[in-house]
Design a protein around this ligand. Structure first.
Ligand code: GNR
Ligand code: NI
Length: 172
């Protein structure tokens, strides 16, 4: 396994729609294992391939609490089949927008279909933090960041704070 570099916004690759994967083979399984290693090290609860510069429809998630055993989920070509009408808001963060957080409102439950690591179609119902995370990661595959769900005013404030954070990192 290998830890990958995570792209920080603004980066054109984070705004690009990712391409479907033809088949889940060893190359894709290796990518997902490397993404999981990168996600756990960050640490984060989800990671989408565009965040590591790979413009393919691949994501990994593990929303288990820190006292539970790991429960990694690997999704290829995920599709949202259904989203609830009821909404929920969560304080979201993103590994591509370090140290920036905001309340984002999304459907509070969803059902997704995807190919698993064995190239088999699977469906999963999600609610709570898992539903938020799945929708956040699928957004990444469509070139959408959590700040794109905010008003232009809030988005601009976050992007300016992020630019400051980046500058401070560069100078350190
Ligand atoms: O680690 C992460 N935490 C998180 C918290 C609330 C809502 C979404 C997320 S996903 C984020 C990791 C990430 O950037 N995935 O793309
Ligand atoms: Ni993210």
């Amino acid at each position: 396994m290998a830890k990958l570099d995570i792209l920080i916004a603004p980066d054109r690759r984070l705004k690009t729609k990712a391409k479907p994967v033809g088949q889940v083979d060893d190359r894709v399984r290796k990518l997902m294992d490397d993404m999981l290693e990168t996600m756990y090290a960050a640490p984060g609860i989800g990671l989408a391939a565009p965040q590591v510069g790979v413009l393919e429809r691949v994501l990994v998630i593990d929303c288990t609490g820190k006292d539970e055993d790991n429960n990694p989920v690997r999704m290829v070509n995920p599709e949202i089949l259904w989203q609830s009408d009821t909404l929920n808001s969560y304080e979201e963060g993103c590994l591509s927008l370090p140290e920036q957080f905001a309340e984002v409102t999304r459907p509070d439950a969803c059902r997704v279909r995807y190919l698993d690591e064995n190239n088999r179609a699977v469906e999963m119902s999600c609610d709570g933090l898992l539903a938020t995370c799945v929708q956040h990661e699928i957004d990444h595959l469509n070139g959408v960041l959590f700040v794109d769900h905010l008003s232009a005013l809030k988005r601009n404030i976050i992007m300016r704070k992020l630019a400051k954070w980046k500058k401070a990192q560069d100078e350190a």
